[in-house]
Design a protein around this ligand. Structure first.
Ligand code: ATP
Ligand code: LTN
Length: 340
């Protein structure tokens, strides 16, 4: 192994759909870990617009959100000098590998995906084939770059396991081609629940804005949303609060933001009124989001800066992806262009 290979960092890859508004669940479940892990990995962070169109999007809004999400990746602390950030549709190999991998994915496997079941209930007027084959595109995103680690929230575990199965199946059919990636699911904050309905996950494209905290909500809106978050009929925090899904969720958010366990939070605030705990929680959220929003406003105001980063990201991603694609095409028996 030469020095260059020894210096090569392992690859970390993740993506978020530019649908709705980036929410606190996305931050603690995914983005925060991207930032923490970037020292030891080469990070590849994608704005997955091709995934977003599995649900109908307004074109002008989608265009705007793609850039806004990329700016929020940077505002969260992703270093564009050390990582690769780009928009999925700028790198054509994602669509190409997705097709190949869909031929290595069984319908029985896709039928078991809970995200497909949930989204086909939520969008029952548009249960399209893309929504169904979505996991093959996600596997392509990951496998194109010989990814080592994929930091995501708990809801993506099933998709990741399928990506591993697809990679293993392809490797066993031909010969080792794809690295089989490992998931990274955080201990705290992997599944933040809705503020109004703690039985369902906080989702950034929820039609009720009171269900989620947007990373771009101004402090008065954050305060109002937390104040209105559902609780139970008790009035104060106790160790028993962890048995109630609504309070447990608020405790989990506080725990994730302050790096202390949920049990410690329940002990620390035992005897305090819900309203006073909510005040502390609001402070934690504002402390996180104020500097974040400040950085975001600077970045989004400088359009040239952002597009240079995204162009450079797509260029580097394209070159890495084309290496994997030529291996894949050769292994499956496609004739190379120019060699009839
Ligand atoms: P949508 O509502 O638009 O379908 P979403 O909020 O579920 O979106 P995704 O784009 O599907 O967001 O997810 C982006 C990342 O955020 C993924 O890694 C996902 O696991 C994580 N994530 C999403 N929601 C939560 C949540 N409530 N708690 C923790 N992590 C989450
Ligand atoms: N399916 C993911 C988003 C996603 C992703 C990825 C995450 C698309 N491609 C690759 C990690 C790696 C979701 O959160 N809905």
């Amino acid at each position: 192994m030469n020095q260059l290979e020894k210096d090569k960092k392992p690859i970390l890859l993740s993506g978020i759909q530019p649908s709705g508004h980036l929410a606190l669940g996305n931050y603690v479940g995914a983005m925060r870990n991207w930032v923490n892990l970037q020292q030891d990995y080469l990070g590849i962070f994608i704005v997955v617009d091709m995934h977003a169109i599995t649900v109908r999007q307004n074109p002008a809004e989608l265009r705007k959100q793609c850039l806004s999400f990329a700016a929020q990746y940077l505002a969260a602390g992703i270093d564009p000098e050390k990582n690769i950030i780009f928009i999925q549709s700028h790198v054509h190999q994602h669509a190409e590998l997705a097709w190949i991998l869909s031929c290595f994915t069984y319908m029985g496997e896709l039928n078991r995906m809970t995200q497909f079941k949930d989204k086909s209930q939520r969008y029952d007027d548009n249960i399209n084939a893309g929504l169904y084959t979505y996991p093959a595109l996600m596997a392509a995103d990951i496998l194109l770059y010989q990814t080592d680690l994929v930091p995501v929230g708990a809801d993506q575990k099933q998709h990741l396991e399928l990506a591993r199965d697809i990679a293993t199946r392809f490797n066993n059919t031909y010969s080792p081609t794809f690295k089989v990636p490992e998931p990274f699911i955080p201990k705290a904050g992997a599944r933040i629940m809705s503020l109004q309905d703690p039985e369902k996950k906080m989702s950034k494209s929820d039609t009720n804005e009171n269900n989620y905290i947007s990373l771009l909500d101004p402090p008065d809106v954050l305060k109002r949303k937390i104040k209105r978050a559902v609780t139970d009929s008790a009035h104060e925090i106790s160790p028993d609060s962890l048995n109630n899904s609504a309070i447990r969720n608020l405790i989990n958010i506080y725990s994730a933001l302050n790096d202390i366990s949920a049990a410690e939070v329940a002990n620390q605030f035992a005897g305090q009124q819900y309203s006073s705990f909510k005040g502390e929680l609001t402070d934690s959220v504002v402390n996180l989001l104020e500097p974040f929003q400040h950085r975001y406003n600077e970045i989004i105001g400088e359009k040239g800066y952002l597009s240079d980063i995204l162009d450079e990201g797509a260029r580097r991603a394209h070159s890495m992806a084309s290496r994997t694609m030529s291996k894949v095409y050769r292994k499956i028996g496609f004739v190379a262009p120019g060699h009839p």
